[in-house]
Structure formats: C-alpha cells, structure tokens
Design a protein around this ligand. Structure first.
Ligand code: 5RP
Length: 227
C-alpha cells in the first residue's frame, strides 16, 4: 500500500468508528470511500454489524452487496443516519468539490438526505480556495453546447469528460460530465447559484454547507475538521 493509500485507510478506519448498530448508512464513491466500504463490509460479514445502506453509485452498491450489506431505498427510509464519502477538494467551511469519479449527482442526493455527512480524505485534498481541481458539472447530453457556452462566459474552460477509449463518459443517470478548469472560485455560494440557474445543468460538484466533519489523514496524524 503506498503512502497516500495508507492515509486514506487511516481516515476510513476512523470513520468506521462512527457507525453504530441499527444505523442507515450512505455509501460514498471513489477510492477512499471504497476503503471505507470494505471495512464496513468486513464488520457486517464477520462482525455481525446490523445496518442498512443506500449507495451513491452502482459500483459502491455492487461492492457493498459483495460483503452482504443489506440495501434499502428512499421508498423505505426518509433519511440516513450517516454518510461517508471522499472529496476532490476540501476548503475552509468544509466547502467541497466532488465528482472526480463522476458520481456527483447521486452523491449529492445521498448527502442531502444524511443527518451526518462525513468526508474521508488524505491531506492532499485540502485547499484554501476551490477550483484547482476542475469542477465537474453534470449536463443533459442535448444541452451540452449551450451549457458549455454559459460556463465559458462564467470564466471556466469546460471539457467533456471522456473514457480511456476516447468515448464520452456517461454517468449512472445517462448524462455527460463537463470538467470545468481555469477558475479559482472566490465565492462558492454565488457560483453554485449561477450554476443552478443554467438550464441543462443536472447537478454540479460544489457541495456547500453539507459536510459536518472531514477526517483528514496527514503524515503527522489525523485531523478532525468541523464546520
Ligand atoms: C466521486 C467523488 C469522490 O469522492 C472523489 O473523487 C474523491 O475520490 P478519491 O477518494 O478516489 O480521491 O466525488 O464522484
């Protein structure tokens, strides 16, 4: 395990301590969330931990099911007790960029329904200002040229996300992702409002006022950041 993965693992281990029997739990996506799902799955499989889960991606649900984690849905539960997820950038006030793995829409739905939304990350994710990591914006395919134009007017350089074979990356919900680079975001709340108002934008990767805690693992130790 390389050093960055070890740090992610430390954050995931700390987050596991937050899970209590009987909880309904949200499963995030990405490499750090995956480490956490594996730890949680082990506790369900071998430790007899009784929980129910909702996943933020098909991949995370598949992984959870492979450990025997029982899944539920928003037909059955109104809210989640705890969601643990990764982030691409963590700024002051726990303002986040998420969606590097392309799962931002379901991630935001799951986070918005969670009483506790906890971020697990290594120290490299901490920034003073959001935007060095290109902001993922999920768009309806037909609207992409129109949305791209509006994003350029906001100062971004949008690029359609592609897969290694050159084809467009398509989200779990059948949309495109525009990775928007070239702009450090001075006022994330104002930017979120502008993005929300563009017709054809399904969701964007600014997660503001959502995380209650970030467990950040650095070489010097684990930091618990709260809003
Ligand atoms: C996926 C995400 C991930 O949580 C984010 O990209 C962080 O991933 P990782 O833990 O692999 O660094 O938002 O859409």
């Amino acid at each position: 395990m390389d050093q960055q993965t070890q740090l992610k693992q430390q954050a995931a281990e700390r987050a596991l301590e937050l899970v209590k029997p009987g909880m309904t739990v949200g499963l995030g996506s990405g490499s750090t969330a995956t480490l956490w799902i594996k730890l949680l799955g082990e506790k369900v499989r071998t430790g007899g931990l009784k929980i129910r889960a909702i996943a933020s991606s098909d991949d995370s649900e598949k992984l959870g099911r492979s450990y025997g984690i029982p899944f539920t849905s928003f037909d059955e539960v109104e809210s989640l007790d705890l969601t643990v997820d990764g982030a691409d950038e963590v700024a002051p006030g726990l303002a986040l960029i998420k969606g590097g793995g392309g799962k931002l829409l379901r991630e935001k739905i799951v986070a918005s329904a969670s009483k506790q939304f906890v971020i697990v990350a290594d120290g490299s994710k901490q920034v003073e200002k959001l935007g060095k990591f290109p902001l993922p914006v999920e768009v309806i395919q037909m609207a992409e040229p129109l949305v791209s134009r509006e994003l350029r007017e906001l100062g971004f350089t949008p690029r359609i996300r592609t897969q290694p074979d050159g084809s467009n990356y398509i989200t779990d919900e059948g949309n495109l992702i525009l990775d928007c680079s070239g702009l450090l975001i001075d006022d994330p709340a104002a930017m979120a409002e502008k993005l929300d108002s563009i017709v054809g934008v399904v969701e964007h990767g600014l997660f503001l006022g959502m995380a209650n805690m970030a467990l950040i693992a650095e070489a010097g130790g684990l930091i618990e950041r709260t809003r």
